[in-house]
Write a protein that binds this ligand. Structure first.
Ligand code: XBP
Ligand code: MG
Length: 243
């Protein structure tokens, strides 16, 4: 029996396509100040908070874990307040991306273009908000960016955040492909867990916020996708099928 062919690449966004978390962190802190809160997420604290996927979930987690006053607020008011803060944060992040403070990681654009030209299906599976994807890829690739991607699953379509596999399972369902014919690309332990739970072989490219994470189960752990070719991916993918 021949081993499954590689037919699709599924990309995480934050930390994988681009190092975005410095801009997210700045946008969170700006939103806290705008809301009159004395909260400030420095790099060490944000690195820990990134273990909670999803900006709204991260805010709620921080509020619940570190500021006892959350217990006095009813659930509806809490959700409204978190949504308000997150809306301001998303606007601040979008502005920072449009001002050019976020670039694609080395090798990403070349790999996406090569994969597209070789007829591989491309997809995005992220826990970030849809406006953040548009801002990043429009700025990095141009207005035709969405023509590269057949499927996009994000925080608006997959409410269960990584390490839950929902975003990957929904991506595979929409691609109409088995996981054995795909490769996932991630930067974090939560992302790797989500992809592996969907039975996807996963290439990990850590970054400064995730270098200390446990990447057991990764197909490859690379400093970046610089120099990675489609032939490399096909070879790694084929070898993974025999394991
Ligand atoms: C990373 C996340 C997101 C971002 C912030 O997403 O967990 O929450 O940190 O974006 P991924 P939002 O690595 O899956 O792309 O505030 O829009 O959630
Ligand atoms: Mg990520």
């Amino acid at each position: 029996m021949t081993s499954p062919r590689l037919r699709a690449l599924i990309f995480d966004v934050d930390g994988t396509l681009a190092n975005t978390e410095h801009a997210h962190r700045a946008a969170f802190n700006e939103a806290f100040a705008e809301a009159g809160l004395d909260w400030h997420w420095d790099v060490p604290l944000y690195t820990r908070l990134l273990e909670v996927s999803g900006g709204k979930e991260r805010i709620t987690h921080y509020w619940r874990e570190t500021r006892g006053d959350i217990r006095a607020i009813d659930a509806g008011a809490l959700a409204d307040t978190v949504q308000h803060i997150h809306d301001h944060k998303t606007a601040g992040y979008e502005r920072r991306v449009q001002e050019g403070s976020v670039q694609l990681r080395p090798g990403v654009l070349k790999l996406i273009e090569s994969a597209f030209n070789e007829g591989l299906h491309l997809a995005i599976a992220t826990t970030t908000s849809p406006v953040n994807i548009v801002a990043l890829l429009r700025s990095a690739i141009g207005p035709a960016w969405s023509s590269y991607f057949q499927v996009i699953e994000d925080a608006s379509t997959a409410p269960h955040k990584k390490p839950h596999p929902q975003v990957y399972l929904q991506t595979l369902q929409r691609l109409r492909l088995p996981p054995a014919e795909c490769l996932a690309f991630e930067d974090s332990a939560n992302g790797l867990k989500a992809a592996r739970a969907a039975r996807l072989a996963t290439v990990v490219t850590p970054n400064a916020f995730t270098a200390h994470h446990d990447f057991a189960g990764a197909l490859r752990i690379l400093p970046s996708l610089q120099g990675t070719t489609i032939a490399d991916l096909r070879s790694w993918h084929a070898a993974a099928q025999t394991q």
